[in-house]
Write a protein that binds this ligand. Structure first.
Ligand code: CUA
Length: 312
């Protein structure tokens, strides 16, 4: 119904979006009309019944039963409509259709991992078929995160030690933003992902190919992982220091650590720095890199090393 981005909202591209938007517009318009009515009446009465002279004595005011009943009954009806509408929408948002396609979501500082029923794992890229209900079963490996897709109008906290879920049915093929909307540490704002909505055929093909990553050249896979794994949030490739050292000219350089020791950044040094970030802390930096990259596969590690090697 409402399909295009407006002043208030981004595009609404899920079957749930109209429910959310229509209620939002209802509440906004009712509030605006009441607000305007109150302000206009207030200004009118202030001018019309102002005190004109020192002897001015107002006539006693008789109570109006009709007026009093109406300002009790009308707002009550409006509030009940809003509650009823909101509660139905809430139930719809929370109960996924039984035939939903299920994807497991893991959040960690500071990335999103999506695991498909056939074992394919993607980082920061969620592929879903269009026009089919998709249910995400979510959990966190560390702190509280929150999964938010503005165009689908869904948002749900992702907690450690507990599962939460969210469902949606995308109505339009395309690529849309996923945000983390719960402050979760240094790179919270960099905890971004994409949802790729595609036709069922394209989706099946993509899934069959294991995410299409097997035959990607190492450097290209490395660059992809650099973005997907969230390295990009802390390590620049243009020489700027963000949270961690830049990857520019890193490979082969002499590193000086906080304890005064040094080492040359070769393959083994980089490999260890990814897997055990606390092993060596480079001078001038804080020991803040999460130890969550231990799950990277050998090929992914080689790819990242190849990518870093390329940044000369
Ligand atoms: Cu994860 Cu904010």
């Amino acid at each position: 119904m409402i399909n295009n981005g407006k002043f208030w909202m981004p595009d609404g591209l899920s079957t749930l979006a109209p429910t959310v938007d229509n209620l939002f517009y209802f509440v906004t318009w009712v509030s605006s009309i009441l607000f305007a009515g109150v302000i206009i009446a207030m200004i009118y009465f202030a001018v019309r019944y102002r005190r004109r002279s020192a002897e001015d004595v107002p006539a006693p005011v008789e109570e109006s039963k009709l007026l009093e009943i109406s300002w009790i009954v009308i707002p009550t009806i409006l509030v009940l409509i809003t509650f009823n509408w909101g509660f139905k929408g809430f139930m719809r948002l929370n109960v996924s259709p039984p035939d939903s396609y299920e994807i497991t979501v893991r959040a960690k500082q500071w990335l999103w991992e999506f695991e498909y029923p056939n074992g394919t794992i993607m980082t920061n890229e969620l592929h879903v078929p269009v026009n089919r209900p998709v249910r995400l079963n979510m959990s966190s490996e560390d702190v509280i995160h929150s999964f938010f897709v503005p165009v689908f109008r869904v948002k749900m906290d992702v907690l450690p030690n507990r599962y939460t879920s969210v469902w949606f049915e995308a109505t339009q093929v395309g690529e849309y933003d996923i945000f983390c909307t719960e402050y979760c540490g240094t790179s919270h704002s960099g905890m971004l992902a994409k949802v790729v909505v595609e036709s069922q055929t394209d989706f099946n093909e993509w899934l069959q190919s294991g995410g299409g990553l097997e035959d990607l050249p190492l450097e290209e896979l490395g660059e992809m992982l650099y973005r997907q794994q969230g390295c990009v949030a802390c390590h620049s490739i243009d020489g700027t220091s963000i949270v961690g050292p830049s990857f520019q000219n890193l490979f082969g350089s002499q590193r000086t650590f906080q304890d005064g020791t040094t080492a040359v950044a070769d393959e083994n040094y980089i490999r260890q720095s990814i897997l055990e970030p606390m092993a060596h802390i480079v001078q001038g930096y804080q020991p803040v890199m999460p130890a969550s990259y231990g799950s990277l596969q050998e090929r992914q590690l080689s790819a990242l090393i190849a990518f870093i090697q390329q940044q000369q």
